[in-house]
Design a protein around this ligand. Structure first.
Ligand code: SAM
Length: 259
């Protein structure tokens, strides 16, 4: 059946079998898993998921694709297809153990934030295996000296790594840029207040080209001498830029005895 892709829904469908199996293998699925798939589209990944796990919950915003997929997968009783915007759902009625998705580019950051900052009832998924644009993947998984607020925001809650890169020719219609498969694994909660942590991080990144000492003293209204000795006591040079700090450095600045 011909379904004309809607551009503003980020509809670039996976057509490369090798990439499909890389995502599925990368997700290390177990028979006992309940998997949430965001944006199943025409089911390239969904058809593999339903054969391998206990339950698949697929949330799709395009009614045409929901109807198409219900027909395609009518022989499977372990799939629930929900016609909804993923950003509007907070209760999935089942605990989700893993998330697998070829994400539409325009919701990558809000989706990741949603699952890391406000995990659904039943707890955080153990792992998220996602296709995202290559440049976004590199920003999320960056290490010092290439950190950004996005990298710190994800790596505060989780470890993040690139599993492999994908040519844009693996999708139809062909998007403008290449993609990557990334894996985000939530880690144990830090024993600090996230609001305080992100207030300091945002202050540090307020003018990313400027030295840390200038940004922090201006935004947090702390005198430079005091700040300088505090940074040095944490092993951080006052002249460093925010992009050179790891999550551990920001944690040191937030914890007792820090800022
Ligand atoms: N999983 C399919 C594949 O790999 O071929 C389709 C991936 S396509 C990049 C993204 C899919 O997400 C589309 O089917 C689109 O309609 C759907 N989508 C877009 N925005 C959405 C949203 N807010 N909530 C749920 N699904 C959405």
């Amino acid at each position: 059946m011909q379904i004309k892709p809607i551009k503003h829904f980020g509809q670039n469908f996976l057509i490369n079998k090798r990439v499909i199996s890389n995502v599925i293998n990368g997700a290390k699925l177990l028979k006992t898993d309940s998997v949430l798939e965001i944006g199943p589209g025409k089911g390239a990944l969904t058809k593999e998921l339903v054969k391998r796990v206990k339950k698949v919950i697929a949330v799709e915003k395009d009614q045409r694709l929901v109807d198409f997929l219900k027909e395609e997968l009518k022989d499977f009783d372990n799939i629930k297809i929900i016609y909804e915007d993923i950003l509007k759902i907070s209760n999935f009625q089942f605990p989700i153990s893993k998330v697998v998705a070829n994400l539409p580019f325009y919701i990558v950051a809000p989706v990741i934030r949603k699952f890391l900052e406000n995990p659904p009832a039943g707890g955080s998924p153990k792992e998220m295996t996602l296709i995202v644009q290559k440049e976004v993947a590199q920003r999320i998984c960056a290490k010092p000296p290439r950190m950004s607020i996005l990298a710190v925001s994800v790596q505060f809650y989780a470890t993040a790594k690139v599993l492999s890169y994908i040519s844009k020719r693996s999708f139809k219609p062909v998007p403008k840029v290449d993609s990557a498969i990334i894996q985000i694994t939530p880690k144990k909660k830090h024993d600090i207040n996230p609001d305080k942590f992100f207030k300091i991080v945002k202050a540090g990144f307020s003018q990313p080209r400027k030295q840390l000492i200038n940004n922090l003293s201006k935004e947090l209204e702390i005198n430079k001498e005091e700040l300088s000795s505090l940074l040095l006591s944490k092993g951080i040079k006052p002249t460093q830029r925010a992009e050179t700090l790891s999550v551990e450095d920001w944690l040191k600045l937030t914890k007792k005895g820090g800022l």
